[in-house]
Design a protein around this ligand. Structure first.
Ligand code: ZN
Length: 265
């Protein structure tokens, strides 16, 4: 199966449409890792499209904040994010709020792919924790058993590889289980990599952000996962950023949220 993996759309419908146009004909299913709304100007359109096209979706922290669920205080957000959350609440239709409210807040294991896990933030803290260092990744590998976990939330594409080292025991002449290590694999857009997984090698994969990339590349990011070839292709798509920015200006979203889209941070 070929799966289109999207995450952190953040109500940037122009970027989302560009991603679907770029991926056209190359996927059989769509999985979304959350943060469909927050920051951007088109929350209703994004919730409707994600609900319509995705086979699996999980909720993100911004989605959760917009719903006003207990456990998330919007005052914990930075002032710009908070303003965007409050504006999103004011424009989200009752029907779309109900759709968003149905997205699960626990990691999802797809029935058709039981060796994979989907979560917004991390396996340990599905809505909040940032997996952005090998040390944090290493701790999180203990929180799931599947070979591959897909995460979003950082808005930066990444691959973390967990390996169980084997030591040679001279006395018994056999291998013993050694320590687990995690490294950060380099990845380049449009260059598919083969996912080599086993009981001794597992992966955490992050496709980056559709609607607000933060790796100094302003292009929309997404990934294509081919579960037969066992390949992962990160893709970057140029989209009309100025169109999203004019939509944001029209509804008075904070200036810095508008400007940051130019720089990808
Ligand atoms: Zn996000």
């Amino acid at each position: 199966m070929r799966i289109l993996i999207i995450s952190d759309i953040h109500a940037n419908f122009v970027a989302l449409e560009s991603v679907f146009a770029d991926a056209q004909g190359r996927y059989d299913a769509v999985w979304c890792l959350g943060d469909v709304v927050g920051y951007g100007p088109m929350p209703n359109e994004c919730v409707e499209m994600v609900d319509e096209v995705t086979n699996h979706v999980v909720i993100g922290n911004h989605d959760w904040a917009v719903l006003g669920r207990p456990g998330i205080d919007v005052d914990d957000f930075n002032p710009m994010a908070r303003e965007a959350v409050l504006w999103t609440r004011s424009v989200l239709t009752r029907q779309n709020r109900a759709l968003l409210d149905r997205f699960p807040d626990v990691p999802v294991q797809p029935v058709e792919m039981p060796d994979l896990l989907l979560t917004h933030a991390s396996p340990r803290e599905p809505v909040w924790e940032y997996v952005h260092t090998p040390t944090i990744a290493l701790e999180n590998f203990a929180w799931f058993e599947e070979k591959i976990c897909l995460v979003g939330h950082t808005h930066k594409p990444a691959i973390y590889r967990w390996r169980l080292e084997r030591d040679w025991d001279e006395e018994t002449g056999s291998k013993t289980i050694g320590a687990a290590t995690v490294d950060h694999l380099p990845l380049r857009a449009e260059e598919p990599i083969l996912l080599d997984v086993s009981a001794e090698q597992r992966l955490i994969l992050n496709p980056g952000s559709v609607g607000q990339p933060r790796d100094n590349d302003p292009r929309a990011a997404y990934a294509l996962l081919d579960t037969e070839q066992m390949s992962w292709e990160l893709r970057r798509v140029t989209y009309p950023i100025d169109l999203t920015q004019s939509q944001m200006r029209a509804v008075n979203l904070p200036r810095r949220l508008i400007d940051r889209l130019n720089y990808g941070w």
